[in-house]
Design a protein around this ligand. Sequence first.
Ligand SMILES: C[S@@+](CC[C@H](N)C(=O)[O-])C[C@H]1O[C@@H](n2cnc3c(N)ncnc32)[C@H](O)[C@@H]1O
Length: 291
Amino acid sequence: MTRTSTGKPMQHARVFSKGGSYQEIVDSDMLLHKEVIATAISSLSNWLKSDQQPAMLRILDLACGGLPIVPSALMKAFPDRHFDYCGIDINSDQIADAKSHKFSPNVTPRLMQGDSWDPSTWSDCGPFDIVYIGLNIHHAVPEELEYLAQQLHTLIRMGGIFINHDFFRPTKYPYLRRPDHDPKTGISLSLISPERLKRAGYPLPQNPPQTPDWRENFFKPYIKTMKDRGMPQSMIDMTVQHVSEHDYPVTTSEWAKILSQHGFSTQEYAYPNSHEPLRDFFDTVVATRIK
Ligand SMILES: C[S@@+](CC[C@H](N)C(=O)[O-])C[C@H]1O[C@@H](n2cnc3c(N)ncnc32)[C@H](O)[C@@H]1O
């Protein structure tokens, strides 16, 4: 289980910490980080050309992890710009690792333990020109995504850009909603309390429809890829447990629609030509605040 009775979901997730499986998964590009770096660089390049952007750019990285691989490569690709980087992660191990990461000389890093879904604890770092989220929104139900989009609208300045690499559900599968509580332990899986969601105007539905679990179609190629790349069974089990407990993605278009309803113009990037077996499950959404 990747939550303690007192912590928030994934605050003590072994999968991301030292000895966890996540580092190996990133290193082998299973989740398409390399492809996303290319998308992020070309999107930022176009964005920088599109307007008079300041020489010093403020960038927020939510759920940054111990290795902020995409933002780090992105900032390095623009050596004539200076980046004021703020990385937030809920896991203290990840923040400790990220603090020892060697950023390029054009970056002033600031790393803080905090909850991506509760900006009240760190929003004084903003407003931001750029917000990046890598692989975190797939844990949320649609009401939590609405709340996140509302927060992004206040965190990102007008004309600013949002880049999100995530696990998305292919459109051929029906939406599977995350349970409010872990069925085995009864511990809450909510990223945002129902009360806060209600106050923000996004009450949780009373009796959401039950649908079949399509994620077997993701587990099969994921497990095979991890095996083929020599990951030990214990790490494979850890990864599968994490995904089955926490991952309930929406589709790329469903997320883009929510962002567009909150004042963003959006662009979706898929990677059908990648050789990676999980290419159909990982996309990038790039959004610009236009209202
Ligand atoms: C899949 S890793 C992604 C790391 C990195 N962003 C990337 O793209 O590779 C997810 C990270 O999210 C962090 N995390 C999970 N829930 C979080 C939350 N509510 N607030 C902040 N960080 C969170 C975990 O500690 C972990 O480091």
